[in-house]
Design a protein around this ligand. Structure first.
Ligand code: NDP
Ligand code: 2IT
Length: 445
């Protein structure tokens, strides 16, 4: 048995019934195989055995009162996976599907993603099985205050800095921040994604969506092509999808789909700036459903389907995990897709990835392609520490440079350890090496 086989056997034995975590661990560890041939010191220092075990996992009760006066109880999580490179850092997800397996896969992925940004950020993820859909603002506030009352003891600007993810946007970050400040009697940058007037950074809302398009552009530039003029399919219609579509329009591409959990819309002429603005109002203010876009603009809505059978040259999954399976991947390549850039975390199944890589599609894995969000969170932390704000252009410029550097590091690691153009393996290796070396430096902790 190889070192990786032995560690994975232990991971399976110790984490039964955690399919998403096992899926992420398998993909990452398998792609690290070539590293251990060159670096026996990692095995001697039990780097992998330590890396697959979170430093700390917090699971807590979140009781709150709804608008009818009824007491509700949800479960809260914070999985603090690694503080090797900096304070624990990663988003909070509020969605009914949230469980320990999903929290652990997201937090594990965050280790390598945050390392790729080259900023001083460790890795965590948290959230709750609370569903913000259909809740009033006051119910969301009650929930957020109760959630933070329990979490506050475990976080802080040099300890752990949460941010948003699915179901956690500017409204939720506001309520969480307010409660943290009240409990601690301190105004600190303990959360990112804050409002601009109270410590937030310009470009943080846009950063993940912009970053994924910048990453796709880098991959295309690497083969003397560009995103300009390309027909693009996008899934999701939340934070990441909205700004991916905006940047695609900015760069002269043609985004033709968006979706939510009820289905997708196909706008064959391309989603325009005006229609995107309308959609953002629908999603962010009125909290409506994507189907209303089809009604408003007279385009087709496909209930309960994902947009991967729509012919495109570039696909941007920006909704959730495992939304491109093998069949979807086969449809994409059969229809001539050249690029898949993951805005979401682990949106492509293991079999789907295998197919895309075999077909030599430019495949940008989430931990590289969607790192712009957490990178800009890192820039928000820097600005908070200086108590200064940079301009939109300054932050956007840094974001673009970070995405370019991630692309270069990923491409270089792929070339050096595996095969040129395999960004999946390259991202895992490039992210891993920095963490592993820092763990060697820091001793057995
Ligand atoms: P939002 O909550 O803003 O939007 C999520 C979108 O995905 C919604 O359109 C939602 O539809 C859809 N969606 C969520 N769950 C499912 C599901 N189970 N099936 C089908 N559709 C679903 O979240 P974000 O845009 O912030 O996050 C999207 C993805 O990007 C996630 O994978 C997240 O982890 C990842 N990500 C986010 C970053 C960020 O900075 N926000 C950074 C890096 C990655 P509906 O409204 O119907 O639920
Ligand atoms: O998955 C992610 O990288 C995020 N949800 C963003 C995390 C952050 O701390 O900004």
């Amino acid at each position: 048995m190889s070192y990786v086989d032995t560690v994975l056997e232990g991971v399976h034995r110790r984490n039964p019934r955690q399919p998403e975590f096992l899926q992420a661990a398998e993909i990452v560890l398998r792609s690290l195989e070539p590293v251990f041939e060159h670096h026996p010191e990692y095995e001697e220092a039990a780097i992998l055995e330590r890396l697959v075990e979170p430093e700390r996992t917090i699971v807590f009760r979140v009781p709150w009162v709804d608008d009818e006066g009824k007491i509700r109880v949800n479960r809260g999580y914070r999985v603090q996976f690694s503080s090797t490179l900096g304070p624990f850092k990663g988003g909070l997800r509020f969605h009914p599907t949230v469980n320990l397996s999903i929290m652990k896969f997201l937090s594990f992925e965050q280790i390598f993603k945050n390392s790729l940004t080259r900023l001083q950020i460790g890795a965590a993820k948290g959230g709750s099985d609370f569903d913000p859909k259909g809740k009033s603002d006051s119910e969301v506030m009650n929930f957020c205050q109760s959630f933070m009352t329990n979490l506050a003891a475990y976080i802080g600007p040099s300890t752990d800095v949460p941010a948003g993810d699915i179901g956690v946007g500017s409204r939720e970050i506001g309520y969480l921040f307010g409660q943290y400040k009240r409990l601690r009697n301190e105004f600190t940058g303990t959360l990112t994604g804050k409002g601009l007037d109270w410590g937030g950074s310009l470009v943080r809302p846009e950063a993940t969506g912009y970053g994924v398009v910048y990453f796709a552009e880098e991959m295309l530039n690497g083969v003397n092509d560009s995103i300009e003029g390309k027909t693009c399919t996008v899934s999701g219609s939340g934070n990441v999808a909205q700004y991916a579509v905006q940047k695609l329009i900015d760069m002269g591409a043609k985004p033709v789909t968006m979706s939510d959990s009820s289905g997708y819309i196909h706008d064959p002429e391309g989603i325009t700036r005006e229609r995107l603005e309308w959609l953002m109002e629908l999603k962010n203010v009125k909290r409506g459903r994507i189907q209303e876009y089809a009604r408003e603009f007279g385009v087709e809505f496909y209930p309960d389907q994902r947009p991967w059978n729509v012919p495109c040259e570039a696909a941007f999954p920006c909704a959730t995990q495992n939304e491109i399976d093998l069949e979807d991947a086969q449809r994409l390549t059969a229809n001539g897709c050249l690029v898949v850039a993951e805005g979401a975390n682990m949106p492509t199944t293991t079999e789907g990835i295998r197919h895309l890589v075999e077909k030599r599609i430019l495949f940008g894995p989430g931990k590289a392609a969607n790192a712009g969000g957490v990178a800009t969170s890192g820039l928000e932390m820097s600005q908070n520490a200086m108590r200064l704000n940079w301009t939109f252009e300054q932050v956007d410029q840094r974001l673009r440079e970070i995405m370019r550097n991630i692309y270069l590091a990923t491409a270089e690691a792929a070339r050096r350890y595996h095969e040129a153009g395999n960004f999946e393996v390259g991202a895992n290796i490039a992210g891993f090496l920095k963490v592993a070396d820092a763990m060697l430096d820091q001793g057995v902790v």
